[in-house]
Design a protein around this ligand. Structure first.
Ligand code: IMP
Length: 184
């Protein structure tokens, strides 16, 4: 699939696979001897979660949460609505939040506050991508796949208006394709 909206490829499939393998090894080492609960933030993190989880060799479970962040096509407002909450309580669990991308950081900031109030034993974040230039709140995920420049990106789970999640790479969206809709 190639369409005019798909711009420069920023992360190739082989780089994604290599980095996911490295992150899985690092997480397995850090959580050795502990039971891990991965929390996948839908929908953007779904491919990352599926690949990462298969590279983790400590006992782990997964739960899903879906959130929507109000805002324009490319800017989150920080006002977050929970569309789907976790199935189970996380009190006393070793929690790793798996996110697609940290942009302004407002969505993650909300999630950390919301989930932190449920008293997990520990809580860390693993984000595939981060755009440090765009940050509006101080936060650095413990694990990061790639730092990318300030561009709107699609592919490997990331969407624009719900499309392009199935691209096997991460690419910049051509600015001409931007509309008023924001995906999650
Ligand atoms: P933040 O609250 O500004 O950090 O943005 C959080 C959410 O906005 C991410 O979890 C993504 O779902 C979405 N998002 C931010 N930047 C991009 C992008 O470049 N492409 C696709 N989705 C994005």
């Amino acid at each position: 699939m190639r369409d005019d909206a798909v711009g420069e490829i920023l992360v190739q499939p082989d780089e994604l696979a290599r980095r996911v393998r490295e992150l899985g090894a690092q997480i397995s080492e850090d959580y050795a001897g502990r039971d891990l609960l991965l929390i996948c933030v839908l929908k953007g993190a779904m491919f990352f979660l599926a690949d990462l989880m298969r590279r983790i060799d400590v006992p782990c479970e997964v739960d899903f949460m879906a959130v929507a962040s109000y805002g324009s096509a490319t800017d989150s407002s920080g006002v977050v609505r929970i569309l789907k909450d976790l199935d189970a309580a996380i009190e006393g669990r070793e929690v790793l939040i798996v996110e697609d991308i940290v942009d302004s950081g407002l969505t993650l900031h909300y999630l950390l506050r919301n989930l932190g109030a449920r008293n997990p034993a520990s809580m860390e974040v693993c984000a595939l991508l981060t755009k440090p230039e765009r940050r509006k709140v101080e936060l650095e995920p413990r694990y990061v796949g790639f730092e990318i420049p300030n561009r709107f990106v699609i592919g490997y789970g990331l969407d624009h208006a719900e499309r392009y999640r199935n691209l096997p790479f991460v690419a910049a969206l051509n600015p001409a394709a931007l509309t008023a809709d924001k995906g999650d």
